[in-house]
Ligand binder design. Sequence first.
Ligand code: SAM
Length: 219
Amino acid sequence: MAYRKVAEIFSQISGVYDRFLSLATAGQIHRWQRDLLSGMNMEGNWLDVGTGTGELLRKLGEDWRGIRVGIDPALGMLFVAKKKCPGCFFLQAVGESLPFREGSFRNVSLSLVFRHLEDKEAFLKDAFRVLESGGRIGILDIGRFRGTGVLLLLMKTLLKPLGVLIFGSDKWSFFIHSVEDSLSPEEVEAMLRSSGFSVISKERRLLGVVHLIVAVKTA
Ligand SMILES: C[S@@+](CC[C@H](N)C(=O)[O-])C[C@H]1O[C@@H](n2cnc3c(N)ncnc32)[C@H](O)[C@@H]1O
């Protein structure tokens, strides 16, 4: 799907996004994000790709030692993010073409974003470029797992009325497609390795529905 369409969808749901995510994950999203943060470098400039409402950057706290930057193609999400995290910098951009110089960041994170990227290889190449040596990339996402078929069935049946009520049917279909397009943690790991990263941890949550992967740029 074109960036513009994705940006439009997320901008339109920006006002209800945080509440829906907390509800849909029974609040677990906060724990998963904190777990991801704990595997990253503990200071330095931080880039959050597909930052949405900026929740991950907000969790780093106001006393974070380094600049906190979030990018997202959806302006509506960025407006919410700036209100939630006034000390952070936000830019309208996509992960596949990062508007930053080589070695600008010590951490790059993606929370629930990797499966949405149109060109994952292009993103990983650019993430490698903007990270300094020893920099880490952290990916939290819904992955393909044994129960993906069941999750999709639920989204198409039991969860559908709530999803359609909150988001509308076209957006709910978009979310179903994004789950259909999701990768297994092993596939993400292989992509990271072939982009030059060394994977240092790979964990699963919620019976394998969610994965957390941290990799480092060693070169
Ligand atoms: C499910 S939301 C996740 C938001 C936030 N990271 C979180 O954990 O709540 C996915 C976000 O990725 C953004 N996105 C989609 N395609 C993108 C791309 N190619 N580059 C960067 N962000 C993208 C969307 O606009 C949306 O804000």
